[in-house]
Design a protein around this ligand. Structure first.
Ligand code: ZN
Length: 246
């Protein structure tokens, strides 16, 4: 039995804002994926990354099949991600790959496919941002490990309720915004054998992926989403011809 294996993660970042918008490129000169990778560099993960304009849409079958936990950040180009890639990722999740969906990934084809709903929400983007206070409402959850009872994102895009998702299996964080709204900002789901964690903060025009608390949450989310064991059997349709008792 493996003990403390290296978790292989792939950070998929759409990568368009950094090319199109100098203000985003200034905050994330190495891309959003680069900032996340930097924040995770001492966590012991094996880290790969890819972007939509890379070959194979940034996620070859080989890399996908060798990924324990996939991180997904997208915004401008959700519709450009091919259905074939979404099909492959969905099947990998159902077979046990972990998935961490970040911020505007809530509207990605991938997240909507896995949730089965439109995943709409209320939102507001102010030039100076809204103060977001992220409350840990499930302190015993592994994703809350090492966090204070709340932490703040001084400049955030407001994401508010109602958030059109199925009822999450677990709620780890609820956010309050200075503008008055609340949001289920840390949600877990299980689909097939796969674990999914959604985390709300992460708007591209603010330095949110340089925030150490955000790094802590993402690292915890990766460890939680990685399946602790595998028996090699996928959840296939199982014709049990022979009864156990007659
Ligand atoms: Zn945003």
């Amino acid at each position: 039995m493996e003990t403390n294996p290296t978790i292989k993660i792939t950070i998929w970042n759409e990568g368009r804002h950094e090319k199109l918008h100098p203000d985003v490129a200034r905050i994330y000169p190495g891309g959003i994926h680069g900032a996340i990778a930097e924040g995770l560099k001492n966590e012991g993960f094996m880290i790969r990354s890819g972007s939509l304009d890379d070959p194979d849409e940034g996620l070859s079958e080989e890399v996908l099949n060798d990924t324990d936990v996939l991180l997904w950040w997208g915004h401008l180009a959700h519709a450009e991600v091919s259905d074939a890639l979404i099909d492959r990722i969905q099947q990998r999740v159902l077979k046990g790959m972990g998935l961490v969906v970040l911020h505007s990934g809530h509207h990605s084809k991938l997240f909507r496919r896995l949730m089965g709903t439109n995943c709409n929400l209320a939102w507001r983007e102010l030039p100076e941002g809204d103060l977001e206070r992220v409350w840990v409402i499930h302190p015993a959850h592994p994703i809350a490990e090492g966090l204070p009872s709340y932490f703040e994102v001084p400049q955030s895009e407001m994401y508010g309720e109602p958030f059109d998702i199925p009822v999450p299996d677990e709620l780890v964080f609820v956010s309050w915004f200075k503008g008055g709204e609340v949001f289920r900002s840390g949600c877990t789901f299980q689909r097939g054998r796969g674990r999914i964690f959604f985390f709300g903060p992460g708007h591209e025009t603010f330095p949110i992926y340089h925030n150490p608390y955000v790094h802590r949450v993402i690292a915890n989310g990766i460890r939680w989403a990685r399946q602790p064991h595998t028996d090699g059997r996928i959840l296939s349709n199982w014709h049990r011809e022979v009864p156990i008792h007659r």
